[in-house]
Design a protein around this ligand. Structure first.
Ligand SMILES: [Zn+2]
Length: 204
């Protein structure tokens, strides 16, 4: 069956309450990210319909054990991937925008767990920590953080997500390259800053 599409023809769903009972802290919409400056022009979260369905399953599983999800990033326009790559061209932590990030296909999400009071669970590192301590299976972090990572890993994989071994916060749909890359220009409301230098990728 064909997936529903938005008015602009993209297969993206906007992730908002109350349909998605979830917390947001879109890191690239503010300056608290590894580039030190906002990349997006507004804090928004979109996901492909397949990923949105899997996110709903994860929300339910987390809720069963008294936890909530806090999202750092979802769909990331290809233009934004160029901004990140130009800052830190490290293929261990970022997808080369020429190959395309699963985030730019709308099928990846960066997230953590919070308790019923909204406090973040200890995970051993922050989001976008580009060190081996962010890897799954790292044993240099406190055992409580290891347990919390395993909880996130367990409920996300049960909900249908694949994981990435170098980033405890990153989950994506299996076989993500079957989903097409999506540009900011395809959004009805752009995420990138209007008229900003971020809108166009540099010449290769
Ligand atoms: Zn990610």
């Amino acid at each position: 069956m064909a997936q529903p599409t938005s008015e602009t023809g993209t297969p993206l769903a906007e992730i908002t309450a109350p349909r998605f009972d979830i917390d947001f802290e879109i890191a690239y919409a503010g300056d608290d990210n590894f580039t030190g400056a906002p990349v997006y022009g507004r804090p928004a979260c979109y996901l492909h319909h397949d990923a949105a369905a899997a996110l709903l399953r994860a929300i339910e599983l987390a809720g069963e054990i008294g936890l909530r999800l806090l999202i750092f990033d979802g769909f990331r326009p290809t233009e934004a991937q160029w901004v990140l790559w130009n800052h830190t061209p490290d293929p261990d932590f970022l997808a080369d925008p020429r190959r395309g990030s699963p985030h730019s296909r709308g099928v990846a999400v960066d997230l953590t767990l919070v308790d019923e009071k909204g406090a973040r669970l200890e995970m051993g590192t922050g989001f976008d920590d580009f060190t081996p301590r962010a890897h799954h299976g790292n044993r240099d972090i406190p055992s409580r953080a290891q347990v919390n990572r395993h909880i996130l890993l367990g409920l996300m994989t049960t909900a249908g997500w694949d994981f990435y071994r170098n980033e405890w916060w990153h989950y994506q749909m299996f076989d993500s390259r079957r989903y097409p890359l999506i540009s900011d220009r395809q959004l009805e409301r752009p995420m990138m800053p209007p008229g900003g230098k971020n809108r166009q990728p540099p010449n290769p």
